[in-house]
Design a protein around this ligand. Structure first.
Ligand SMILES: [Zn+2]
Length: 288
């Protein structure tokens, strides 16, 4: 499995968003599209819940409320914090069914709206900050600092044993049959490689030999970036922590198929990077 290539056609317009006047012109563009994101991070969707339901911009451009996601084939897309009218769906639902460009738009819209909701004040001096660069930066008039959206990195790891079996673990608090590969947040001052080894040691007692990066997924709930890895375990003696992970086992591909078909195992939901990694392993595409 090679690191993933994105096929999104979203152009984030890093140059075009620097001046308010340029962003305002995009708001007035006849092909401009607006996506509403409500307080629960739900997004305007069509009746089926399988596609976005953008509307045309209404009223004048307000830099504090109208965030430029980017352009697609020349058409500007904006995100606005809004009570969604009509059908809406969560990014978790939509993420598994949207095509790649719409998924990119939806994820960016949710990430921007979530950030502006929680970051109105300067963390340094407490002054209320102002939105700049089409919603990709907040500027503090009190101390002249620029504030950018914060992303919290987390690692998610497919661990294989010598036989190529995959480690799947069950979190305390999950429904009985649900399992996934193991994950955890990167700590302050820690490298991704160190985070992978620490998290896996904590949650499963396993030490790792090879570790390889496979791909990433933004996960704006509220602001994570999931970084996917595949790793080889040294031995197969599992000691779960019992607090976060209740149980974990190595499974062969045929065992997973049999247990999923029997309803005894439930794999990660389709929109997640965990699902994509597990699917790659099931088809023999995830190796180390
Ligand atoms: Zn400040």
């Amino acid at each position: 499995m090679e690191p993933w290539v994105t096929r999104s056609e979203l152009d984030r317009a890093p140059e075009g968003r620097l001046e308010d006047a340029a962003v305002e012109a995009m708001w007035r563009h006849r092909a401009a599209r607006v996506i509403g994101v409500d307080e629960r991070s739900n997004i305007s969707s069509d009746q089926t819940g399988n596609a976005l339901r953008p509307i045309a911009p209404e009223g004048g451009y307000d830099p504090e409320q109208h965030y430029l996601v980017g352009t697609v084939a020349g058409a500007p897309w904006f995100a606005v914090p809004a009570a969604t009218q009509g059908p809406s769906a969560s990014l978790r639902q939509l993420g598994g069914v949207l095509e790649e460009t719409e998924a990119d738009i939806a994820t960016t819209a949710v990430a921007l709206v979530n950030w502006h909701r929680v970051a109105p004040f300067c963390g340094q001096c407490g002054t209320r900050t102002l939105v700049r660069e089409g919603g990709h930066m907040r500027w503090c008039p009190g101390c002249d600092r620029q504030r950018f959206p914060r992303t919290d990195p987390a690692v998610i790891v497919a661990i294989l044993d010598e036989a190529g079996r995959l480690l799947l673990g069950h979190h305390t608090g999950w429904e009985d049959t649900r399992v996934s590969i193991l994950a955890g947040f990167v700590e302050a001052g820690e490298s991704l490689e160190a985070a992978v080894r620490r998290e896996i040691r904590e949650e499963s007692g396993l030490e790792l030999s090879a570790v390889r990066y496979v791909g990433s997924q933004p996960w704006p709930f509220p602001r994570s970036l999931m970084l996917g890895f595949v790793a080889r375990a040294i031995g197969d003696e599992i000691r779960v922590d019992g607090t976060e992970i209740e149980w974990a086992n190595f499974y062969s591909q045929s065992e997973v198929t049999r247990l999923v078909d029997a309803g005894e195992l439930t794999l990660p939901m389709r929109s997640s990077i965990a699902s994509r990694i597990v699917a790659a392993w099931r088809t023999g595409d995830l190796t180390i």
